[in-house]
Ligand binder design. Structure first.
Ligand code: GLA
Length: 708
C-alpha cells in the first residue's frame, strides 16, 4: 500500500510512504512536491542488483535492523537478557490516523517480541512533518535499548550539502557547510544537554542553495539531552538520515510489557532557499511547539543585571539601576545570579534557594515593589539542577548529588540527580515557594555544568536526567502558568525544541560583543525565531572579548532577537541614555513584525550581514545591515526587499537616533538618500532592483524603516 500526505500552500511538500509485508514500510520521498491535487501514487521501489551484494538486499525501511544485511548503521540496537538482538519486521500495518495528515505504521518482529509504531503528522497548512516512534516490549524479559532512531529517512536526491552549526561557549551557532560525501556524517553530544557544540538541528540543501533559491530540508529534534544525528551513504548512492537520543550503556531498559516513546523529530522543506525553510521552521515552532503564552505577545524589553553588577548585590544600587532602566523604556527587570543565601561568588550556595539575609535584610520584596512601581515586571535567575559543595543542601543531602559528590567539578559545581523523585520534589517546592512568596513573572533557568559521574542507579542517567528536568518544568508551569521561563546554559547550551516546548525565550550566548554576536544570531536564525532569541545591548567594552564598540552597533544587533540590555545603565551619559531610549522605542515599534513577519537574509559575503523583516500584510519592513569586519571600506552593495508588495509605494528612511557628529560623514554615506525624511520608492523597484547602499563603516550598522 502507498500513502501520500501533502501540505503547504504554494511551496508544497509531500511524504510518500509505502508499506507491505514483503518489503516493509519505507519513506519513498519527503521533500518538494508539485501539486497535491493530482498527486499520483509513487513509483514502487525497486531493488537494484549489483555484484558482490546480497540477492535480496534489505530496503531502506523506517527501521532497518541489525544483522539483516542492511549496509549502514541500524536504526534499532538492543540486547535482550537471553541474548536476542536482531530486529526485522515481518508484519507491517499502515493506516491513516484520526487527524488529517496523520499516518500510523506498525512494524512487528515476532522473534524479537518487539513492535515499533511510527507516527507521522504532516500539517496541511504549514507543511511541517512531525515524527515519533514508540517501541513496545511484548516479551517477558527487559530490553536493554542502545539506539532507536525516530526513523531512517532516505534523503531526497538533491541533498548535496549539510549546513550545520558548531559552537562553544561565547561562540554558539557557527555555521559550517560541507558536502554530503560517501562517508558517514555524525553529530552528537554526550554532555547531558543539547550543548553549544552540536545543537540538535541541521539543514540539508541542494548544492548551491542560497537565501532565496534552492531546495532545503530542515531538521530539528525536540530533545534537550544527549542526542545523535547521523547520515550514512548507501552503496546505491543514497543518503539516509537518523536522529535519536544518544543512550549510554544500561541507562534505558524497556521492561516487559512496557513502551518507550522517542522525542519528536520535526522536518520542514522548502524550494525557496534558506529563507524559505527558515520561515517553515519558525512557523512550526510558533504553531505547534511553543507554550501558548508568549506566542504572539509583544516581547518585553529586558534589563538583566549580570554584567552590570555580577555578584555585587546591593538593593539600593539595584533600585537605582531599576530607576534608570524604567526611564529608558525597559519593561522587565531580571535579577541575575547573586541574590540567594551566601552567594558572593560562583563557588558557593547553589542549592540554597532562599533570599540572602546579609544582602537583602528585608528580603526581595522592597526591590520587587520598586521594580513593579516603576511599571516593570520582575524576573529572577535560578539554576535548580545544580549544587555547590559549599551549600546547606549539599551538607544535608550529599546522596542527592550525581556521583555521590565525587569526581570533577565544573564552575565549582555539581549536578543534582533529577532521576530521584525526592530531588524533583525538593526543587519543585523550592521554586514554587519563591513564586508563591513574590510576584515574579519570569525565571531565567540556567544550567552551567555538563553531566559526568553517575546517577543513583549507577548508570550514566543522562536520559533520566532530561526526563526529570521536563517533569519538573512541566509541574512548575502547570502550577504557575503565567510565569515565563528562559532557558540558559552558559549562554546557548540548551536552546532546543525540547526546552522551547516549555520555555518562552532562550539566552543565545554569553557573548555580548556585537561583532561576534551578529554571526551567532545569524547562525541561530533558522532554528530560533527572533522573538525567542534573547539578544542584549552589552557594555561598550565587551566583557568577553574586550572589544569596544559603539552603542548604535550594539543596539542594531540586539534588534535581531528579543531585545534587552545587559549593562550598567547608571553609568550612561545623558546623550547615551537618549540614544538607547530611541533604540528601545524603535524595537517596540517593530517587535510585532519581528515576532511573526517574513524574514529575509542575504547570504553574507564575509564582512557584512543583512536581515530584512517584512510585516505579513506587506505594509512595512525593517532592514538591518551590520558590517562585521573591515575588508573593503566604502563598498556599494544592493539589497532587495523581496517580501514587499510590488503594487504599493513605500517611504524608505534611515532609522534610529541621528549619527553622532564625528561619525556623520560615514553615516550619511551609509544612509544615502534615505537619511532625514527619507525617499519614496515603488514596491516593484524594492522587490526587484532593491536598495543601493554604501556599506556602513567597519563595525557599524545601519537600519532602515520601509513604511507605506
Ligand atoms: C551563566 C549565564 C549568564 C549568567 C551567569 C550567572 O554563565 O549564561 O548569563 O546568568 O551564568 O552566574
Amino acid at each position: 500500500m502507498e500513502f501520500l500526505l501533502c501540505g503547504g500552500t504554494d511551496d508544497r511538500v509531500a511524504l510518500c510512504l509505502a508499506a507491505d509485508a514483503e518489503r516493509g514500510a519505507r519513506v519513498l520521498w519527503f521533500g518538494d512536491w508539485p501539486d497535491c491535487e493530482t498527486a499520483a501514487a509513487p513509483a514502487p521501489a525497486s531493488r537494484q542488483r549489483w555484484g558482490a551484494r546480497l540477492d535480496d538486499a534489505p530496503l531502506a525501511t523506517l527501521c532497518p535492523g541489525a544483522g539483516t544485511g542492511w549496509p549502514a548503521a541500524p536504526a534499532l540496537e538492543f540486547l535482550r537478557a537471553d541474548g536476542r538482538w536482531r530486529f526485522e519486521a515481518g508484519h507491517v500495518v499502515a493506516e491513516p490516523g484520526a487527524e488529517p495528515g496523520s499516518l500510523r505504521v506498525l512494524q512487528t518482529d515476532a522473534a524479537a517480541e518487539l513492535a515499533l509504531e511510527t507516527h507521522f503528522q504532516l500539517d496541511p497548512d504549514d507543511g511541517s512533518l512531525r515524527v515519533a516512534a514508540t517501541l513496545a516490549n511484548d516479551g517477558t524479559d527487559a530490553v536493554d535499548l542502545r539506539w532507536l532512531a525516530v526513523l531512517a529517512l532516505p534523503l531526497p536526491h538533491w541533498c548535496g550539502e549539510v549546513i550545520e552549526t558548531r559552537g562553544d561557549w561565547c561562540a554558539e551557532f557557527q555555521r559550517e557547510v560541507r558536502p554530503l560525501g560517501s562517508s558517514s556524517w555524525l553529530r552528537e553530544t554526550r554532555e547531558g544537554r543539547s550543548s553549544h557544540r552540536a545543537h540538535p538541528g541541521v539543514l540539508l540543501a541542494e548544492a548551491g542553495a542560497d537565501a532565496r533559491r534552492g531546495r532545503v530540508l530542515g531538521v530539528q529534534f525536540a530533545w534537550s539531552g544527549d542526542h545523535r544525528m547521523r547520515i550514512d551513504a548507501l552503496p546505491d548512492g543514497r543518503h539516509v538520515l537518523q536522529v535519536g537520543v544518544l543512550l549510554h550503556p544500561g541507562e534505558l531498559r524497556v521492561e516487559a510489557g512496557e513502551r518507550h516513546r522517542t522525542p519528536d523529530l520535526w522536518l520542514a522543506c522548502s524550494g525557496r532557499g534558506l529563507d524559505g525553510v527558515t520561515a517553515r521552521m519558525h512557523a512550526l515552532q510558533r504553531r505547534h511547539v511553543r507554550p501558548a503564552r508568549g506566542q504572539r505577545q509583544p516581547r518585553p524589553v529586558h534589563l538583566n543585571t549580570w554584567e552590570a553588577v555580577y555578584f555585587d548585590h546591593d538593593p539600593e544600587a539595584l533600585g537605582r539601576l531599576a530607576d534608570c532602566a524604567a526611564a529608558l523604556g525597559v519593561e522587565r527587570f531580571v535579577l541575575d545570579d547573586g541574590w540567594f543565601l551566601g552567594r558572593t561568588d560562583d563557588a558557593r550556595a547553589l542549592g540554597d534557594w532562599s533570599v540572602d539575609p546579609a544582602r537583602y535584610p528585608d528580603g526581595l520584596t522592597p526591590l520587587i515593589d520598586r521594580v513593579r512601581a516603576l511599571g516593570m515586571e520582575f524576573g529572577l535567575w535560578v539554576e535548580p539542577e545544580m549544587i555547590n559543595d559549599d551549600s546547606e543542601l549539599a551538607r544535608a543531602h550529599p546522596e542527592w548529588i550525581r556521583g555521590a559528590g565525587e569526581g570533577r567539578t565544573g564552575r565549582s559545581q555539581r549536578v543534582l540527580d533529577l532521576t530521584l523523585a525526592p530531588v524533583r520534589e525538593h526543587l519543585f517546592a523550592a521554586v514554587d515557594a519563591l513564586l508563591r512568596a513574590h510576584p515574579i513573572g519570569y525565571l531565567k533557568w540556567d544550567h552551567n555544568r555538563t553531566l559526568t559521574e553517575t546517577a543513583a542507579d549507577g548508570s550514566a542517567g543522562h536520559y533520566g536526567q532530561t526526563l526529570g528536568l521536563y517533569a519538573l518544568l512541566d509541574r512548575l508551569r502547570a502550577a504557575h502558568p503565567a510565569v515565563e521561563i528562559e532557558s540558559c546554559a552558559s549562554g546557548g547550551g540548551r536552546a532546543d525544541l525540547g526546552m522551547l516546548a516549555r520555555c518562552h525565550r532562550v539566552w543565545v550566548s554569553d557573548c555580548n560583543d556585537p561583532v561576534l554576536r551578529a554571526r551567532i544570531m545569524a547562525g541561530a536564525s533558522p532554528f530560533l525565531p527572533p522573538e525567542v532569541a534573547g539578544c542584549h545591548v552589552g557594555p561598550a567594552r565587551a566583557h568577553t572579548t574586550g572589544r569596544v564598540t559603539d552603542l548604535d552597533l550594539r543596539a542594531a544587533v540586539a534588534l535581531w532577537g528579543a531585545f534587552g540590555l545587559e549593562l550598567d545603565v547608571r553609568e550612561l551619559t545623558a546623550v547615551e541614555s537618549g540614544r538607547l531610549a530611541a533604540w528601545i522605542a524603535l524595537y517596540k515599534r517593530w517587535r510585532e513584525v519581528l515576532a511573526c513577519g517574513h524574514l529575509s537574509t542575504q547570504v553574507p559575503d564575509g564582512d557584512h550581514l543583512v536581515r530584512v523583516v517584512t510585516a505579513l500584510d506587506r505594509s512595512r519592513a525593517l532592514l538591518v545591515v551590520v558590517r562585521t569586519d573591515d575588508a573593503a571600506p566604502g563598498r556599494p552593495v544592493r539589497f532587495a526587499l523581496p517580501d514587499l508588495d510590488p503594487r504599493r509605494r513605500y517611504r524608505v528612511q534611515r532609522a534610529g537616533p541621528d549619527p553622532e557628529p564625528a561619525l556623520r560623514p560615514a553615516a550619511l554615506a551609509a544612509g544615502g538618500p534615505w537619511s532625514g525624511p527619507g525617499t519614496e520608492v515603488g514596491g516593484a523597484w524594492l522587490v526587484s532592483a532593491g536598495l543601493q547602499l554604501q556599506l556602513p563603516a567597519p563595525q557599524r550598522a545601519v537600519v532602515f524603516e520601509v513604511t507605506s
